[in-house]
Design a protein around this ligand. Sequence first.
Ligand code: ADP
Length: 473
Amino acid sequence: MDHPHLLRIGGAWRGADDGATFTVREPATGAAIAAVPRAGARECRAAIAAAVDAQAAWREESVKRRGAVCHAIADRLMAARPALARLRAREGGTALATALAEVEYAAGFFRFYGDEIGRLAGRTIVHPDPRRRVRVEHVPIGVVGAITPWNLPLAAPAKKLAPAIAAGCAMVLKPSELTPLSALAIAREAELAGLPPGVLNVVCGDAAAIGGELTGNPAVRALAFTGSTRVGRQLMAACAPGLKRVALELGGSAPFVVFADADLERAADDCAALKTANAGQVCVTANRVLVERPVHDRFVALLVDRLRGVRLGDPLDAATTMGPLISDEAAERVAALVAGAVAQGAIAALGGARSGAFHPPMVLTGCRNDWPIAREEIFGPVAPVIAFDGEAEALALANDTPYGLAAFAYTGDADRQHRLARALEAGVVGINDPRPLIPSAPFGGVKQSGIGREGGSEGLLEYLDAKLIGVRE
Ligand code: ADP
């Protein structure tokens, strides 16, 4: 993608005040691909000031114009799709096909909110006194800070930016230092699509210093974050003194529950797809695989069969179906979780060894729900399989986690489908459906997986305040 690897502040591409930079590396080879300015609190303050300036005019723009700019951004992202996907695949290591799908997914948020802002309706409330009227209008919350992770470098910013700009907010975005180039590319495309300078500012570098400014600066009225529960908790605490609104998309440990009455072939296809998309580095991936005992061996054989077909390799090669993890350290962490499970008694039905950042798909049977591999987010293409007996045990295991982002269950029994949809404690439940996420539907977690929603009409309300206006004759 042809854009300067610089900070974007108030419509200017610029370096850090002290000229410092950091290196962005390609996970597949470890080679340096860019040197990006290392911003800190000062540059973030400048970005917030630029956003405050731009916000004043942007909130007064017509809904029609804001919606049209969102659509123009979606058009530009789709026109640049091949180049954007290559950039995203290079800096994040994801296979090209997955990266292409992410561009389309990201563009979908701009399309949806480009329309949704025109559907936003206030309301009039009847007052007991006939000479008085009370109405509710939604007004932009103000400048928004956004902090996004490396595993969805296009979609995570898009999910925040699209509703924010449709609502009339300006934003300061801090992408992950591992994958800043995709966010900078979005900023470039957005301004070429007509987004006024300063409405979107991008700073990256010293995460703690930038985070400190975004959470501490009173001009920022809301913080949207996607990342770990650990950092989300810290950011929420830092937002408390200023009473900033927070929207937090945090970790998950989604159960993938397979009942004996399920279509096992389909369940194996979907489980393998979830485990290998972005090499399992997705918060809504299937973390734990729970299989009813009578079909355990058959399902494991089907899953192993699917995962054997994975082509691990260069993410930019069209034949590759799975790329490396984000870094050597990430692959080492996954390998250590696997080694720990094997030491506890797990059997590798499909094994292998990691090589640098490349980690092969694996299936481990005989796992238990209280082992670290089942309790932590694996963030790798490893399926720990836990056998269960009956629906009650399946539900108890599925819900026995501090997280509550997604849950998947496969069953052919219609009554059971309804029971599970009700009883699974998660913000997103997929019944025979591995991917219910679409821009027009609200996505988010319960329990320690987060607060707030992205997508759908709910996602727009995160960037709006309901204002009550009373008028008396
Ligand atoms: P992940 O495990 O996905 O890397 P993190 O929560 O560590 O999740 O990172 C998500 C985002 O939060 C990244 O942009 C990262 O730079 C940022 N981040 C990490 N620590 C802090 C912090 N103390 N303050 C602000 N942002 C942070």
